[in-house]
Design a protein around this ligand. Structure first.
Ligand code: GDP
Length: 354
């Protein structure tokens, strides 16, 4: 029940994701159906049609914009005769290749295994080689049961490691409590890293690809001669990221939970920016952080043809600023707004002024 324009936007985003993962997109296919087919997700006839294109164009991988079950993946691979992956697998792949620090790597592996667990179909052969050795297979266990047990054990180990890291981080953060913490949140590619650089005069990693940021980057930002804050960039939020994955990225997202103020960066030039705002707000709600003092920073105003959008959004949202992070437009206004918000929300209560 989506319009053609919506489908195009979704597939544009999927194409950008595929591009980020290093794939060249050859063609796009979509099908309108009442509901997904339990065995193939799409119709079997459609799968056969894709198989034909895959053969002709020598395609290596077919990517679905929706999540597939283990059975659907197996059936589709049998018919289409090439590798089939779904949106979440693609996203996790990108996360994996962008993870730099140990905690980020652990978070991604945990998310991958949790996603894999219900999708194990017994077709998978290399697990015991990867995680096992002698004594990995229980008596009378099928390969599938062994795989499941190994994955569960690995998940438990990774969870334990993460909670140790979390505890260490909490201790480190306690030492920084005397300075205000501000976190950048926003849909992926909204311009968070660029804004961090604009505010901090630093060189965070900026890339026109999705999820350049996985490890949280923190910088000191001077708001005025007398006031400094700590500003943290977080992982970009994205549509249709399964809920339990958010839990896997808890270490990174803790920066959001512990922040005093949030700056929600919105790409005003994205046609579907309202939907992106909603995705971010839903994610914040899951993190119990929707009620934090938040500034809405509408970014990329340099790309706007029609300025009237700015006026109507300024009426609609009371805590909005309109900026261009890459051109440095209105960055000063944003700094003043942050300062003002600290005064409004915190100074009277905690007396935390420098
Ligand atoms: P993040 O994923 O939210 O961290 O986004 P990035 O900071 O990596 O920016 C994503 C893309 O948007 C990059 O190509 C930036 O150069 C571009 N970008 C960021 N801010 C602006 C802006 O104000 N105007 C324009 N035109 N592009 C911007």
């Amino acid at each position: 029940h989506q319009t053609k324009a919506q489908v195009d936007e979704y597939l544009d985003e999927l194409e950008l994701l595929a591009d980020t993962a290093g794939a060249d997109v050859i063609c796009r296919i979509y099908q309108e159906r009442e509901k997904p087919d339990p065995a193939f997700f799409i119709g079997r006839g459609k799968a056969e049609q894709i198989a034909k294109i895959v053969g002709e164009e020598k395609i290596d991988v077919v990517i679905f914009d929706d999540d597939l079950s283990g059975v659907q993946i197996r059936n589709l691979e049998d018919v289409i005769n090439c590798k089939v992956i779904d949106r979440t697998t693609l996203i996790l792949d990108i996360f994996a290749s962008h993870a730099r620090t140990a905690p980020a790597k652990i978070q991604v592996e945990l998310a991958q295994l949790e996603y894999l667990l219900p999708r194990l179909t017994g077709k998978w052969r290399h697990l015991s080689k990867q995680y096992g050795g002698i004594g990995t297979k229980g008596p009378g266990e099928t390969q599938l049961e062994t795989d499941r047990r190994l994955v569960k054990r690995k998940i438990a180990i990774l969870r334990r490691k993460l909670s140790e890291i979390d505890n260490q981080r909490k201790i480190q953060r306690k030492g920084r409590r005397d300075i205000f913490r501000v976190a950048l949140v926003g849909y992926t590619n909204a311009g968070k890293s660029t804004l961090l650089n604009a505010l901090a005069d630093a060189n965070a990693y900026v890339e026109d690809k999705l999820f350049a940021t996985l490890d949280a980057t923190t910088r000191v930002v001077r708001l005025s001669p007398t006031r400094k804050i700590l500003l943290t960039d977080t992982v970009g939020f994205i549509r249709k990221l399964p809920h339990h994955l958010i839990a896997s990225f808890k270490s990174t997202l803790d920066e959001v939970v512990e922040a005093d103020i949030l700056i929600h960066v919105v790409d005003i030039s994205a046609p579907n920016f309202r939907e992106q705002i909603k995705v971010v707000e839903e994610t914040l709600e899951e993190l119990n952080s929707l009620d934090k003092p938040t500034i809405l920073a509408f970014n990329k105003i340099d790309k706007l043809q029609d300025r009237s959008l700015i006026y109507s959004l300024a009426n609609e949202y009371k805590n909005a600023v309109f900026i261009s992070a890459s051109r440095g437009v209105n960055i000063h206004t944003l700094k003043e707004k942050i300062s003002q918000m600290i005064d409004d929300h915190y100074v009277e209560i905690t007396g935390k002024v420098e």
